[in-house]
Design a protein around this ligand. Structure first.
Ligand code: ZN
Ligand code: ZN
Length: 130
């Protein structure tokens, strides 16, 4: 898979927690992260990850750029939702495969409320939309 933002190859990163172990695809170039729906089935059991460094959120203009889904074909455009608590964070998601893209810094911005639980809530909302 290639990064929807900068087109670099995404690298698989293993996240190991006391209760769960799963993989995410991260971009070593721009720092974004792709979450497959299936990668986070254990989401409710995960507590607090420590593998990501603190970074700044990209500007609004960058966040508003249209991105294609790295998992589906390039015609599948990612849709955008604002994070319910932090409106500066715009999360891209795929309406087709239900994957989620976070730009660098976005994870940090939502970290305070346990970001994996937040992502889990978004997945549930996405699945509930079907
Ligand atoms: Zn990238
Ligand atoms: Zn997709």
């Amino acid at each position: 898979m290639n990064c929807p933002r900068c087109k670099s190859e995404l690298a698989t990163e293993k996240v190991i927690d006391f209760n769960a172990s799963f993989e995410v695809d991260s971009c070593t170039s721009c720092g974004g992260i792709w979450f497959d729906k299936d990668e986070l089935t254990q989401i409710d059991k995960v507590i607090e990850p420590t593998f990501l460094e603190i970074r700044k959120i990209p500007g609004k203009k960058t966040q508003k750029e249209t991105l294609s889904c790295p998992s589906c074909d390039s015609f599948q455009v990612l849709e955008k939702i604002e994070h319910p608590r932090d409106k500066k964070v715009i999360i891209d998601y795929c309406p087709s495969c239900k994957g989620i893209w976070l730009d660098k810094g976005e994870l940090e911005a939502i970290r305070e409320e346990n970001w994996l639980i937040t992502i889990g809530k978004i997945f549930k909302w996405l699945i509930g939309k079907e």
